[in-house]
Design a protein around this ligand. Sequence first.
Ligand SMILES: *Cc1c(COP(=O)(O)O)cnc(C)c1O
Length: 383
Amino acid sequence: MIKGKFPLEQFKAVETPFYYYDLSLLKLTLEKVKSLAGGFGYDVHYAVKANANKHLLELIAKEGLGADCVSGGEVGAAVEAGFSPDKIVFAGVGKADWEIKLGLEHHIFGFNVESIPELEVINQLAAERGVTASVALRINPNVDAHTHHYITTGLNENKFGFNMEDMDKVIRLLPALKNVKLIGIHFHIGSQITDMVPFQNLCVRVNEIQEFFESKGIRLEHINVGGGLGINYEHPNHVPVADFESYFKVFNNHLQLKPHQKLHFELGRAIVAPCGSLITKTLYVKEGATKQFVIVDAGMTDLIRPALYQAYHHIENISSEGPLKTYDVVGPICESSDTFGTERTLNETKRGDYIALRSAGAYGEIMASRYNLRQLPGVYYSE
Ligand SMILES: *Cc1c(COP(=O)(O)O)cnc(C)c1O
């Protein structure tokens, strides 16, 4: 329970809403990831897009993880936070020239490339600098992640990656691209995946795809299976750390790595989601025709996930011990989607009560906007 753990008294004078990061939970999570991945010999890159908060980035970099970036801004932030450039991978379906140049300038580990025109541009820009760019081909494995369709990325209908039908053409083209070196293949099937079956299906596909490259006489040093491991949003107090063990075991049991190959992961949500809470204050408790609304001072501008893809966040009243009641918890923005939760059970709530929206460490602060000319939320840490 964050209630009791959260030092509410210290924050009574602080303006709400704000993000609060439990750094001890983040450290515990990183320890777990490091020891498990280390045991299997896997490389984990933190997906910066989940949360690019400088303090968190520095902490994650210090623990020795790599970084997975999807923009030039993220490559810059990762370098600045202390991630070693030789552990930075750069993905994205639409990399601009300046972003590619930035990656080349920092000699990053590699580019995850998603199309033939992108390969040609990287080759050209690398030639202009007189360097060789290491690339992994992002391949669309056509595996259904069984997650929300906005965060499914590995189906043929998605815009991401090469389809296997394009591979012969790519392989014929590669020898002409003198400033590009193929080092591996890359996949990413979606996000918030808690069922291990889609990952198992991914392994089976990767094995098939490996055979294809083998049959063409191509040796791949690196296999990157992306991220997507989900967390338990319903029970943040009972299950505060993602199930990294089952996740890595799936790959250990089902992916056939060659002896010379390194397996890479790009985990975002599973690393940072649990450690963050959005703390907000109750402005009004409003009697509706059929229900009671708790109107809080945080809105979809502070945490957009519920509005964007009906995401669930556990909600607690951390300043009341009153009897349990049922409320809809909503924000102040003029959009009906500005709702954090319907029919939620909270301790009896009154104006001024503090409400915690849990597991908001990923795709929370980083997606905050100033829509309605609202202030960006504040940020505080447990240490
Ligand atoms: C978003 C993304 C990730 C991280 O996804 P999570 O669900 O946060 O683990 C990893 N790789 C790529 C290419 C991504 O786009």
